[in-house]
Design a protein around this ligand. Sequence first.
Ligand SMILES: [Zn+2]
Length: 276
Amino acid sequence: MIAPAIKIEDDVDLSRSYVEGEEVDFDEDVTHEFKGHRNLGYEEMPNFVKYDNSGRPTRQPLSKAICSFLNSVFGGVIYCGVTDEGKVKGLLMLRCQRQHFRLAVEDLLSNRFTPPVPKERYHLKFVPMQSHVDNPLLLAEQDPLMEHEFRTSLYCKCDKAAEMLASGREHLPKVVMEIHIEPPPEVKENQILARDTIRHLEEGTLTQWPLCKHPRIYCDQMGDAYIRTHALDRIISETTLIQLQFDRSAQFYQPISDFYQTLTDEQKRALPVNID
Ligand SMILES: [Zn+2]
């Protein structure tokens, strides 16, 4: 797929930096994922990637972790350019490649995930290596109106342009690309709803028992839905989905129900809504 040539705002975050070769001070867990590569989907896996007996690549595409974080109540961050052991390696991503990536993520999440993911749920940050904050190549502009090709393992024009610029140079600027996935808006809405319900119970003005809101479940471009458990991306079956929604409902109603139990019989009877 070829994206039309458009100019995109660049977004290197110069307020922060990583130190190449150092370890980051957190581990892979329910909200953090490290990736040593930037392959978004299966079709972008380079030829050298190995496949297991079931035909699946041994390298996991970013799309799987993105899907997991979208379906998890905490959201999460994927760090591309940090090894599985947490060591900062960085990726060579010049301006045109960063633009490519921004468009490719949008293509994946708006056109290939179902339902389409709203833009408020994700953003990218490119954070330079400390030793390259002042490197003029970091922000150097190649062709600002370059066409980009996605959904393929072939080199895009932007990669070739970057390679040409890089050839023969010793100090090339690298970045860690962070893909931030925001928690589902329903999480915040439920928190407010639960708090308001308890306040209404307290004041004796509850007119309606609240309804727990369930976040949308997103499927990736292969039609699979994942969820994050510890540091793993687990596929969601129909049974896990029912269990998940049951657990989330229980978590939502427990504090409200606990508070209701503290009311006297008289207070309960005085409520404008019949809860028992
Ligand atoms: Zn490109």
